[in-house]
Design a protein around this ligand. Structure first.
Ligand code: ACO
Length: 330
């Protein structure tokens, strides 16, 4: 039986590095506070030529190169994002244009920080119906454009970037059930207010008094988000492992959403996993929402941290709330 396998990864980050020291000059904060509470030291901030779609396309080109495919061979482009360049067209359509992926249909998926996990699961379902499909799955964000740079509760946390992978169907590798094994995905919209980003308001002259917020920014109840994130991710991970009869000790690498080093450490503790088995780059890039997992996946891949047969666990939590975990045999 053919399963969805990842045959190429890529990532792209803006050139501009914003340090904690620079943030000290922008809001009342300190490198010590940010480092101790989040583990973040620097993040990347998009500039000219680095829109979400442009970062996404750059990451996709690198993934195509590793996969040995041309853009014309792609059948579908899926982008997990909450910061598309425009409401319409989708970021995925702009990536299709940038790449010249003329045969591909394309759409975005909004699941906030869980966007890449959700998109990968959608790709798996398409591969199940046609294993010959070649699908580009991307997580891409420029959250710097949606952050209130006067709000120290949020502006220190986020960064910009994109990660991508090419997925297609492949036979098992010897004895190994290679590929995408399983996922558990969840949502709880009743808690939306704890972490949200209002969209650009519509203009309806028949609605007097409708307050127009020209530049909506991320709003977050950090402590509550933290509490839910730890519990929900641990629960999803436990369920996907139990479902597959796999113990945490059998995992070769865990790539968690990179929001906060304390959330990552809590998860590692819960799984009784040594931190060496948990990929961490939140110190360099901060929280890039849907992009954190595919950026980390690309780094791990290029560092040779993934060998054939390795069990890889991905897990995420984000606005919605949305969360989940997925298990891949590399
Ligand atoms: N610098 C200095 N002080 C700050 C800053 C800052 N940047 N931000 C907040 N503070 C202050 C607060 O005002 C508060 O001061 P007070 O006690 O005088 O009122 C104090 O620090 C403690 O604030 P808390 O919010 O309780 O601090 P906490 O230890 O919870 O850490 C943090 C805050 C880092 C946001 C944490 O709650 C967190 O990481 N939550 C998860 C949120 C997250 O990662 N969201 C991203 C999207 S969802 C996701 O990706 C998982």
């Amino acid at each position: 039986m053919k399963r969805a396998v990842i045959i190429g990864t890529g990532s792209a980050l803006p050139a501009r590095v914003l340090t904690n020291a620079e943030l000290e000059g922008m809001v009342e904060t300190s490198d010590e506070w940010i480092t101790a509470r989040t583990g973040i030291k620097t993040r990347r901030i998009a500039g000219a030529g680095e829109k979400t779609s442009q970062l996404a396309a750059a990451a996709a080109r690198r993934a195509l190169a590793l996969a040995g495919l041309t853009p014309e061979e792609l059948d579908l482009i899926l982008v997990g994002t909450i910061t598309a360049d425009m409401t319409m067209p989708s970021c995925a359509c702009l990536v299709q244009k940038e790449l010249g992926a003329v045969r591909a249909f394309a759409f975005d998926l909004n699941a906030a920080c869980s966007g890449f996990l959700y998109a990968l699961d959608v790709a798996d379902k398409y591969i199940r119906s046609d294993p010959d499909l070649k699908i580009m799955v991307i997580g891409a964000e420029t959250l710097s454009s949606r952050v209130d740079w006067h709000d120290r509760n949020t502006c220190v946390l986020f960064g910009d970037g994109a990660g991508a992978c090419v997925v297609t169907g492949a036979e098992s590798n010897g004895n190994h059930q290679r590929g995408y094994l399983a996922a558990k995905l969840y949502a709880d919209g009743s808690l939306w207010e704890l972490l949200h980003l209002e969209g650009a308001p519509g203009h309806n002259p028949d609605l007097p008094g409708a307050a127009l917020t020209a530049h909506p920014s991320i709003r977050m109840y950090g402590r509550e988000v933290f509490r839910h994130a730890v519990r929900a991710m641990a629960d999803a991970v436990g369920k996907v492992l139990a479902d597959q009869g796999i113990t945490p000790a059998q995992l070769s690498l865990v790539i968690p959403h990179q929001a906060n080093i304390r959330i990552i450490r809590s998860l590692a503790e819960h799984l009784a996993l040594p931190l060496e088995k948990v990929y961490v780059n939140v110190d360099k890039y901060g929280n890039t929402s849907a992009a954190t997992i595919p950026i980390a996946l690309d780094e791990a891949n290029r560092q040779g941290r993934l060998a054939a047969g390795d069990l890889l666990l991905l897990c995420a939590f984000g606005g919605g709330f949305t969360w989940g975990a997925s298990l891949i045999r590399w």
